[in-house]
Write a protein that binds this ligand. Structure first.
Ligand code: GDP
Ligand code: MG
Length: 441
């Protein structure tokens, strides 16, 4: 999706004034890009119509920076398409007993994994005390899987084996939570390969019995339009409250994220971005729009960093980036933090502009490479680290020797460092400014 839109936009933003045919042409590209990304065709049609109307407005055609305005309109409308504002997860009113969530979805969508991720997230971010309930009695290993997650996370799991009905398990699970003073109950339910009557009846029964605060529909982003169709059917039958989109780490097209909200009118509240139990993030429509348009997800990156990093230090770092004072000491400090933050591949792809780098989708980083980079930086003098501008050829040769790396490798690292520093400084100077830079290449 990103590549195609970027090509369309880069031509446009170089123009000052835009004509009606410029807008028509770019909208044709936008339409193709969305269809190619497997976005629902009705959604595409409405989207293109809205954007075209706004872009053909007089203020845009008449203005000197019309091209940029069209890009901004596309960005804003994409955000709107995905719900506009971020929607918060619903909790029970204080004193009204535990919050009850039901995980629903097809087999393999990620319900059980997401139950664990959500429990972990709520404990960490909301200071909740979750209990997970194993109400998938059909898949042989389902109960074990949940218990296993519970053990890894040190979060209790309630189960009654597979000879008791899901309704009874859910009800007893809630009672157990009340007895044990747990304030969130996450009920993991069974899925099927396809939607069928039995499954829907069972889910309806559980819903009626426990009256959940949220019914999360878990859908696999990699299934594109199918994800949207599944969401539509579940919603019609069960009246879900929100969607959790999993496997976004494997979805390069972004089509499901774009259509689900407008087809079901239910918000996406979380995304799953990996198999690990901390790979869950609240869904922000504006960030997703930026990501689709190729700005990278710098805010998520910063947020994730803040969970690991002390906040004053993070603010200082942001300030340094803005003022282009970011140096090799910061670089190496961040390297260390990043290693604690999760797989390097995931993080790199969130950096603005990185998703435009050819081959980045297959990018993997060898921990050895990180060790080498660190060795190079550690061979610099404090002065060189603070002021990379002074790194002459002579100094570079000394560093190469000191770190037992090639001179070419040293040069490459310094070049990459400078490029990303410039990029970060541009990005942090405001959205549109940054986006123009990115789109202009
Ligand atoms: P369920 O049948 O709906 O309960 O699905 P599971 O929770 O058992 O997940 C099915 C598979 O998807 C497992 O191998 C999970 O590790 C994997 N999975 C779940 N969420 C994600 C995600 O966000 N990213 C990736 N890459 N894999 C995921
Ligand atoms: Mg499961």
């Amino acid at each position: 999706l990103t590549g195609r839109l970027q090509d369309a936009f880069s031509g446009l933003r170089k123009k000052g004034k835009v004509s009606e045919s410029d807008v028509q042409e770019v909208m044709r590209e936008v339409r193709l890009a969305l269809l190619e990304a497997d976005v629902n065709y009705k959604v595409v049609r409405n989207f293109v119509k809205t954007v075209r109307e706004k872009a053909l407005g007089e203020e845009v055609l008449g203005s000197l920076n019309g091209g940029q305005q069209v890009v901004k309109i596309v960005n804003d409308e994409l955000t709107e398409l995905m719900g506009g504002e971020q929607e918060k997860i619903v909790f029970a009113e204080p004193g009204q007993g535990p919050t009850v969530y039901m995980m629903t979805g097809l087999q393999g969508a990620g319900k059980t994994t997401t139950a664990g991720k959500l429990a972990n997230y709520l404990r960490k971010q909301e200071k909740k005390k979750p209990l997970m309930v194993a109400a998938d009695i059909y898949r042989p290993a389902a109960i074990d899987q949940l218990q296993n997650l519970g053990e890894q996370l040190d979060i209790p799991v309630f189960s009654m084996g597979d000879q008791v009905s899901p309704v009874e398990i859910a009800e007893k699970g809630i009672q157990q939570a009340i007895d044990d003073n747990r304030d969130v109950v996450i009920i993991d339910t069974a899925g099927r390969l396809h939607i069928d009557e039995d499954l829907m009846n069972e889910l309806e029964d559980v819903k009626a019995a426990v009256n959940p605060h949220e019914i999360f529909l878990v859908v696999d982003a990699m299934t594109g339009q199918d994800a949207v169709n599944v969401a539509d059917s579940f919603n019609e039958r069960l009246e879900i409250s929100s969607v959790i989109l999993t496997k976004l780490d494997g979805d390069t097209r972004g089509g499901a994220a774009l259509s689900i909200r407008s087809v079901t009118n239910k918000p996406i509240k979380f995304t799953g971005t990996g198999e690990k139990l901390d790979a869950i993030e609240p869904f922000y429509p504006d960030r997703m729009a930026n990501r689709i348009l190729g700005m990278g997800d710098i805010l998520t990156l910063i947020e994730r960093a803040q969970q690991e990093v002390d906040e004053d230090r993070a603010a200082e770092m942001a300030e340094k980036m803005r003022e282009n004072r970011y140096d090799f000491n910061d670089f190496i400090e961040q390297m260390d933090q990043m290693q604690n933050m999760g797989p390097m591949e995931d993080l790199i792809k969130m950096i603005p502009g990185m998703n435009q780098v050819p081959g980045i989708a297959d990018f993997e980083m060898d921990p050895k490479d990180i060790a080498h980079m660190k060795a190079i930086v550690l061979s610099m003098t404090p002065e060189e680290r603070e002021n990379p501008e002074i790194l002459s050829q002579k100094r570079r040769r000394r560093i190469a020797k000191g770190s037992a790396r090639d001179i070419a490798e040293v040069n490459r690292l310094i070049k990459q460092f400078k490029q990303s520093r410039d990029m970060m400084s541009k990005m942090s100077k405001g959205n549109m400014g940054g986006m123009e830079q990115m789109l202009g290449g």
